[in-house]
Design a protein around this ligand. Structure first.
Ligand SMILES: Cc1cc2nc3c(=O)[nH]c(=O)nc-3n(C[C@H](O)[C@H](O)[C@H](O)COP(=O)(O)O)c2cc1C
Length: 223
């Protein structure tokens, strides 16, 4: 009898924690002053979905999450484009970039003006990075810094986050999520829509066939 009561209490608690998963995500977004929505806020037929893949490993865990998300988003009519940051020339932010604001930001000589243009055009932006030393990768951070001249134009966007890490602790993945949010909270009127934290993924390709790949695919279907 005693055992049955303990089991019932544990089941009730477990149920409570599972059902509040999305609400928790919403609450954390609130702390960052980022709107959170379980449903789309972009009333458009063919949304332009820009996936920013920040790992240097092609076909690695984060990149596989990106591809799964892309499959889902395409299935529901999204116009999906993935940019694999390591394929582009993205110089560090410099003092000169501080002067290049608005149209002048396009004067930079590397690939950043073209990539930032895509960010400004996108309806939905997916930020993806593995955890590197409890943070996002240098590739993604360098790119984010370079949006400085035009970040105010990235308004009313919806955001999804994808991350992977070797550690099986969810709190480790949260460091990357905080990295994404540090950028998103600076933009005008962003809305956070969801995230995948693929934990315990040390080996290249470990995400393949995992529940995280399914999660990313299902998230993509909810753009
Ligand atoms: C430079 C570097 C730093 C890393 N730092 C962490 C870390 O702080 N915590 C962690 O759990 N995993 C860490 N990892 C492991 C990666 O997050 C993990 O292997 C991830 O799946 C790699 O994703 P990718 O295949 O998309 O590159 C690190 C890996 C590298 C190469």
């Amino acid at each position: 009898m005693k055992k049955a009561i303990i089991y019932m209490v544990i089941s009730l608690l477990a149920g409570a924690f599972t059902s509040c998963g999305d609400k928790q995500a919403g609450k954390s977004a609130e702390r960052y002053h980022i709107n959170f929505s379980e449903t789309t806020t972009v009333q458009k037929e063919n949304k332009y979905v820009l996936i920013v893949s920040g790992s240097p490993r092609k076909r690695g865990n984060t990149d596989l999450l990106c591809d799964a998300f892309a499959r889902g988003a395409e299935e529901v009519g999204g116009r999906v484009e993935k940019i694999f940051l390591a394929d582009y020339r993205i110089d560090y932010f410099s003092e000169a970039d501080e002067q290049r604001v608005g149209n002048r930001a396009n004067e930079a000589e590397d690939d950043v003006p073209m990539l930032v243009d895509k960010m400004v055009q996108a309806d939905v932006i997916v930020l993806a990075s593995p955890v590197y030393y409890m943070n996002i990768t240098g590739q993604l951070k360098t790119f984010i810094d370079r949006t400085f001249g035009r970040y105010r134009e990235m308004k009313d966007k919806e955001f999804f986050y994808l991350t992977a890490c070797a550690d099986p602790e969810e709190s480790t993945a949260d460091w990357a999520i905080n990295g994404f949010r540090g950028f998103v909270m600076c933009l005008p009127n962003p809305t956070e829509r969801g995230m995948v934290k693929a934990i315990g993924m040390g080996r290249k390709g470990a995400v393949k066939g995992s529940r995280y790949e399914d999660e990313a695919y299902n998230l993509g279907k909810h753009i």
